[in-house]
Design a protein around this ligand. Sequence first.
Ligand code: PLP
Length: 388
Amino acid sequence: MPKTPPLAPGLHPDSLLAHGGGGHDPATGAVVPPIPTATTFVRDEAYAPVSPDHVYSRDDNALYRKTEGLIAALEGGAESRLFASGMAAIAAVARSVAPGGTLLVQSGIYWGTTLFLRKLCARNKVALIEADAGDPQAFLDEISVTRPDLVWLEVPSNPFLQVADIKSISERCRQAGTLLAVDATAATPLILKPLALGADLVMHSATKALNGHSDLLGGVVTSADAGNKAWGLVKEERKLAGAVLGSFETWLLLRGLRTLALRVERMNANAMAVAAFLENHPKVEAVLYPGLAGHPEHDLAKSQMQGGFGSLMSVLIKGGKAEALTVAGALDLFQRATSLGGTESLVEHRFTIEGEGSGIPENLLRLSIGIEHGDDLIADLDQALACL
Ligand code: PLP
């Protein structure tokens, strides 16, 4: 069987995705790759690996390479590595900061990240600074003054949908000799490309829209530069520390990626329509969504993102916790569950999860908008809000 020719250069991401990165299985001609189940691979009589790319599955296998190659192409990066979850990917990057170093993290981001970084830094004697990216000048000043080893951003942030200015932060990081990593989970690589804006690393929880079917945990980190030191340490976390994604999950992820462009298009359109509906509803205090003209960083979001503003939003219900829970409880089509980026729309009362002291408003409902018909989503929200 001849070697699979690569897909023609210059294809749109949609086409790359539709072909799962391109090519067919060289052994059989199958258009979908097999799931490699072997953990180990033989050597010949001279003790050379029979296939030089196959030694042991914690290091690598053909399916990881194919999936990582596709994601690196989407991000415009040099290399990607898959991890066992989004948090494993975040941990791999955060652990690149040595004891005695400094990590500057945007405040008000995914609670799991904040919690993990607080614990990790305290244990490893890394100074952790939490700074509000909503005050852009103060954030830039903090980088210049503290010259951290790593800056961690989340764009847009979960659940406040804050949009940090990646380009200006990356320029300041370069001046300070700081590595910039961006969690772009809520955007997807189709609408936000942090590496093109100057970030060194971009990370996604593949559990969310990349896979899109709420049926696997995964994470991925992509580096702009294959040679930088921090990237070498991230790769060690995968290969030596073993935070590797299973082959079956990788196969599911690659299958999910085939429809990413279609899903993102529908989710973005639905989210925009839902946000516009909620913004004008008398029972709603505010809608946090970067696609709305009233969002404080709408112009920045428009210039940083292409083709939409993502499928995540938060809505502040007039009243308090009781009113928010009444609306959540009355929704029929939206499912009451955590997570985001799946085909099905979800609602979550974040205060119930994060609790007192988290800074989450008690009247906030986070919505992850799926691929249902937009009219059905709006009708569901309408009837739930009518219960107040
Ligand atoms: N980053 C963001 C923005 C998230 O929302 C989440 C999970 O909700 C994560 C990272 C963690 O990903 P995972 O659940 O795959 O570990």
